[in-house]
Design a protein around this ligand. Structure first.
Ligand code: MG
Length: 375
């Protein structure tokens, strides 16, 4: 589309969605929903630029998926996110779509573009089919319009409309508030919005994720330190020495976290929890693991299998292996059959053999979160 930028809003916290994975990260075959929607648009239409708005905590991760788009950090509201994106827009028109309206109805979008000349904003709308009441009074349902996205706005008009402090729920109400011309076109039932898991069955274009798996590897080493508790996999080990560390020193959980981050391409533990940050001084590594799991689930993955090897000349860990397995099973909500913990020595070789510290190796296997099991 000549002179039109597409803005795709994918920064929501998805709190109403209520699943571990945010809706914009539900995998469609091998692509997260936001990328799949962006590609659906580009297959059908030609935009001068596509701006994707993501959560500020996820924007760097999103950039790894494609270099074709402009990525912008979202704000605390839809309007703030949209204002951030508009700074990147220099075309005459801007088409704004919520990623939750994930089925692209080509006919509807063509209707929108055909009707732009007399408009400052073109809005798809559905008629009310049910009887409508306002409080306790029935109203003429023919006068009711149920507003959808995408909406096509004159960029300069939309920028001006959003300068006001008033919080608008869509572009048309903002442009109407400054006297702009709103033109309505017929909406589409295909543009149904994904808000709750129950909506999934109402959205015909949604596809299940592929069954691909991904593997990550993690390794960590800590030296011993006297007179402090030792933790491995969140279990206190009955010895009078622990690990030298900024956190509680749970070297096993640290290796596990790096394996998980590796499997989903989210960097390493030091990027997420810097060891010069006082928030993490002495922190219980179980809490670090929980926050990493939340992040990984949020961007569309679930954990399938963990295999860990603890290399220690001391302490003896044989009697703790089962308790450690249970501990991880509880934290990760993953069956014990899929958590394997091995302990070995280094045959008295090297720093481990000299009983100076412990190294843990871990491999994690993950797959895409499959909504079909929960809806
Ligand atoms: Mg460590």
């Amino acid at each position: 589309m000549q002179n039109t930028t597409l803005i795709l809003l994918a920064a929501g916290s998805a709190t109403r969605f209520g699943l571990p994975t945010k809706k914009q990260w539900l995998y469609q075959e091998d692509k997260p929903l936001w990328l799949w929607v962006a590609e659906s648009f580009t297959q059908e239409f030609d935009f001068v630029k596509i701006v994707i708005v993501g959560a500020s905590s996820e924007i760097d991760y999103m950039k790894n998926f494609s270099s074709k788009y402009f990525f912008v950090s979202g704000g605390n509201s839809r309007q703030e996110s949209l204002s951030n994106a508009l700074k990147e827009v220099d075309s005459e028109w801007v088409l704004v779509n919520d990623v939750a309206r994930c089925c692209i109805d080509k006919d509807m979008i063509e209707r929108i573009f055909k009707n732009k000349e007399q408009a400052d904003v073109v809005v798809p709308a559905l008629k009310a089919v049910d009887t409508v009441y306002l409080d306790s009074n029935p109203v003429n349902r023919d006068a009711i319009k149920l507003i959808q996205t995408p909406q096509l706005s004159r960029s300069s008009m939309l920028k001006r409309a959003l300068e006001s402090n008033y919080e608008f729920t869509d572009e048309s109400s903002a442009i109407q508030a400054i006297g702009g011309r709103v033109v309505f076109v017929d909406g589409s039932p295909n543009a149904h919005k994904l808000t709750t898991p129950q909506d999934i069955s109402k959205i015909p274009c949604l596809k299940p994720p592929s069954n691909r798996s991904f593997t990550g590897f993690g390794i960590d080493t800590h030296a011993f330190e006297d007179n402090k508790p030792m933790y491995l996999c969140g279990v206190e080990i009955g010895v009078d020495y622990g690990f030298k560390a900024h956190s509680d020193g749970d070297v096993a959980i640290h290796a596990l976290i790096d394996a998980l981050l590796g499997a989903v391409g989210l960097g390493d533990i030091g990027e997420h929890f810097p060891d010069n940050d006082n928030r993490y001084k002495g922190i219980d590594s179980k809490e670090l693991l929980k926050s990493i799991l939340k992040m990984i689930n949020g961007v569309g993955f679930e954990i399938w299998h963990i295999d860990m090897t603890i290399v220690a000349q001391k302490p003896r860990l044989k009697e703790y292996k089962e308790i450690m397995r249970e501990s991880l099973s509880n934290i990760m909500n993953l069956g014990k059959a899929h958590i394997n913990i091995k302990a070995t020595t280094s045959e008295k070789l090297g720093f481990i053999g000299r009983k100076e510290g412990v190294t843990v190796h871990c491999v994690a296997t993950v797959g895409y979160f499959d909504y079909r099991r929960v809806v």
